[in-house]
Write a protein that binds this ligand. Structure first.
Ligand SMILES: Nc1ncnc2c1ncn2[C@@H]1O[C@H](COP(=O)(O)OP(=O)(O)O)[C@@H](O)[C@H]1O
Ligand SMILES: [Mg+2]
Length: 292
């Protein structure tokens, strides 16, 4: 399913003195199959935007299509409400720090809750298959399924929360700051998990991040949000070659972008996509070293 948003605009607390325009005409296309990154300063509208993707926030102004489901403001509410439920099973949403939302007595029950919510009529064996399948995909064992979520480590809890979302087999998996608060090893493991899910359970992955190295290293394309608008869109190579624009938006660039700038100053231009692997490989070649 392709995601197409045009002129998406949203104001919190509209018509009150606390009114806050969070989205101001977001036009953006996310193709099926992408590993898409949304970056931008705090308050730029990233979380508000992604909550539109499964209609947690209904479209107030503008156009939004998820595959052939039209969530646009112009479509009658009664018509849209009919497919909200199905949409929510197809567009899985993992909030920031999702482990805080684990509540059941066991990991199994928590993941099963997500499934039963969408398939209330499901039989025990179908629930079992879905739950153990989802847990296996995130790397949690049957033994861990029987434990209390509170007995798991931080990274494991987050995986359990992700299992509770992928249990309905969403085509699109959306994650708000998925590695926030994890240690470097936990971050690497979770990113590896997201790549694994991207190749297996879910066709499209959309992550919100404020870590430039992370998006440079992982995403097929990136949108940069600023003050409620998607001000830049493109591949990491396109986005991170525009260091000055990013700095003007008070954003950082990946460490590989700083290094390439420094190398260019001393006369070596590296054409890179700014992932660590590509940058390292090309730099070694440029200086006549052996390929990795
Ligand atoms: N529930 C809310 N009520 C009122 N204002 C909000 C709410 N959530 C977010 N905002 C405001 O909307 C703007 C965009 O917020 P958000 O989408 O959370 O940005 P980001 O995820 O990029 O940090 C910010 O100015 C924020 O303060
Ligand atoms: Mg946010």
């Amino acid at each position: 399913m392709r995601i197409v948003s045009e002129g998406l605009t949203f104001t919190y607390n509209k018509k009150t003195k606390f009114a806050k325009k969070a989205l101001d005409g977001v036009s953006l296309v996310i193709e099926e199959g992408e590993f898409f990154g949304i970056i931008g300063h705090t308050g730029s509208g990233k979380s508000t935007f992604i909550q539109h993707l499964n209609a947690l926030i209904p479209v107030e102004e503008g156009t939004l299509k998820i595959g052939d489901r039209d969530l646009s403001a112009s479509v009658k509410k009664s018509k849209k409400k009919k497919f909200y439920r199905e949409l929510r099973s197809k567009v899985g949403m993992v909030f920031q720090y999702p482990e805080y939302q684990l509540f059941a007595e066991t990991v199994y029950d928590d993941v099963a809750f997500g499934y039963k919510n969408f398939f209330p009529e499901a039989k025990k064996e179908d629930i079992d298959a879905a739950v153990y399948g989802a847990l296996e995909m995130v790397g949690l064992s049957r033994e861990q399924a029987g434990k209390s979520p509170f007995e798991l480590s931080g990274g494991q809890k987050r995986r359990a929360a992700i299992a509770g979302v992928i249990v309905t087999r969403p085509e699109i998996l959306v994650l708000d700051e998925p590695v926030a608060g994890l240690d470097p090893k936990g971050k690497r493991e979770l990113m590896a998990l997201l790549h694994y899910l991207h190749g297996t359970a879910c066709k499209t992955v959309v992550i919100v991040s404020h870590d430039m190295d992370e998006v440079a290293d992982n995403c097929t394309r990136i949108a940069v949000f600023s003050e409620g608008k998607a001000v830049m869109q493109g591949s990491p190579a396109e986005i991170f070659s525009k260091t000055e624009e990013l700095v003007n938006l008070r954003l950082d660039v990946p460490v590989t972008a700083y290094l390439s700038e420094r190398l260019e100053e001393v006369g070596t231009k590296i054409e890179t996509d700014y992932s660590v692997a590509d940058f390292t490989e090309k730099t070694i070649k440029a200086y006549g070293g052996k390929s990795l």
